[in-house]
Design a protein around this ligand. Sequence first.
Ligand SMILES: [Zn+2]
Length: 127
Amino acid sequence: MDPISPLEQALHAARALVLADLVAGQVAEPDVVSLVEESVAQRRWWVEQWPEGAEFVAGLVAQDVQDALLERYGRWPLCPVCGSGDPHALDVEPELGPDPHWVCGKAGVKVAAVGSLGTAGAGPRPS
Ligand SMILES: [Zn+2]
């Protein structure tokens, strides 16, 4: 078996994390999943040019998918922290860095790590 390169591992992990958050938000429909695939394909090229960026890929894919969903679907992921006021989306922080988190810019709180929205009250919890 070929060993999986660190780049491929990072891309696989990013894909899995963002898909987990989409599932948590109940938006993991086939056309949405293809947005993730598109982003991962583009980021594969990007990270091949800049291997040091491998640990930034999850945050970047999350932002790519967020942008793509905003055009086709609407805001995602909606903030589960603020119970009142206008529904608003969470932001990824850091925008370019390791260990990305979803944060609410309004309340100024970290909501969940990218990939862990399902445990932050943003969707149905698996029993
Ligand atoms: Zn909020």
